[in-house]
Design a binder for this molecule. Structure first.
Ligand code: F6P
Length: 358
């Protein structure tokens, strides 16, 4: 009897998804040859709910190591709606279980971020054999030191900071670069340090505009007429940090913005008189070919997941722990996220370097 292994990619795409699919497939074919069949589910849980799947051919996994995005397609299917029956009257959980059965799967591998892992845990709780693989540029999955996609995004975000440096210097301006990361500051912290940012603002450490401007003015007094700010899309000031997220978003919407970036730039100009521009690389941070680091990580994670399939070890997600690839129980990590802790060594490094954290 052939082992039937399902795979899907869910949530936002990122560099390294295809490299991971390739890692899983090559390792499975290598060990099991004709004894395994891989079934690709299209567009994440949306495809699982709607029965969109196909038997994949080994050659479909060739030539994709360096290719961005995902050959399976992806969609955001919010976890909070999984148990909600909408206007289409589809019971999503029942539909996913039925299609798993219809595909005659031995197990299903779910590549994705925090939301994907919550649904993966829900399905494992419903008795399906599930293995998660941690993908996200946000690097915020609990229980793993790193996720694939993160380092590629750090490379791209760093290049964005590098490139605005010249204009900042030539024009004696402040440049505010807004970086992704959702509620986590990892991407901004790493790219900010790699790009030599003077001020780094992350969601975990609410800033005050007075501290930001004081740092800019200190640099100006030292003859450095320009400053580079790396600002996480989730950054908020100390006053906003005391508000509920819904209230914060409502207030921002009333003032015509969603992230703090525009406001920070305007306040810097008002309070310091220094001309300020913003730069938002946006989805460029999620696009294109994975970095060599991510290709290696994706291959490690993929090969390890294939071993877990072989061993029949389910209800888990792959993780990097103490520099070694291993696994965590889904039940122990799903629903938690990993933010930058106050005690993190990289914050200490930033402060020692004289970088203002706002
Ligand atoms: O989770 C990855 C991420 O890129 C976040 O950093 C960002 O907040 C979000 O996805 C953007 O999502 P979307 O592509 O759906 O706009």
């Amino acid at each position: 009897m052939k082992r039937r292994v399902g795979i899907l990619t869910s949530g936002g795409d990122c560099p390294g998804l295809n490299a991971t699919l390739r890692g899983i497939a090559k390792a499975l074919y290598q060990r099991m040859g004709d004894g395994v069949e891989i079934i690709g589910v299209s567009n994440g849980y949306h495809g699982l709910i709607n029965g969109q799947w196909r038997v994949m051919q080994p050659q479909e996994f060739s030539g994709i190591l360096t290719v961005g995005g995902t050959i399976l397609g992806t969609k955001r299917t919010p976890f909070k709606l999984m148990r909600v029956v909408g206007e289409d009257r589809v019971d999503k959980v029942a539909a996913m279980k039925a299609h798993y059965k219809e595909m005659k799967l031995d197990c299903l591998l779910c590549l994705g971020g925090n939301g994907t892992h919550k649904t993966a845990e829900l399905l494992a709780g419903e008795g399906l054999n599930i293995i998660g693989l941690p993908k996200t540029i946000d690097n915020d999955i609990y229980g793993t030191e790193v996720t694939f996609g993160f380092h590629s995004a750090v490379d791209i975000a760093t290049e964005a900071i590098d490139r605005v440096h010249t204009t900042a210097g030539s024009h004696s301006r402040c440049m505010v670069v807004e970086l992704m990361g959702n509620k986590a500051g990892w991407l901004t912290l790493y790219a900010g340090i790699a790009g030599g940012a003077d001020i780094i603002l992350i969601p975990e450490l609410p800033y005050t505009i007075e501290n930001v401007c004081a740092a800019i003015e200190r640099r100006a007094e030292q003859g450095k007429g320009f400053s580079i700010l790396a600002v996480a899309e989730g950054a908020c000031d100390a006053r906003e940090a005391r508000m509920k997220r819904s209230e914060r978003m409502r207030r921002r919407a009333e003032q015509g913005y969603t992230t703090a970036t525009n406001r920070i730039a305007r306040q810097i100009e008002e309070l310091t008189g220094i001309e300020t521009r913003i730069c938002v690389p946006g989805h460029m941070q999620r696009g294109g070919s994975p970095s060599p680091y991510d290709r290696v990580l994706a291959t490690q994670f993929g090969a390890y997941a294939a071993k877990m399939v072989e061993d029949g070890n389910y209800g888990i997600t792959i993780a990097m722990k103490g520099g070694h690839v291993g696994e965590n129980r889904l039940a122990e990590v799903a629903g938690k996220s990993r933010l930058v802790p106050e005690s993190h060594g990289m914050l200490e490094v930033a402060r020692r370097m004289g970088i203002s954290m706002g």
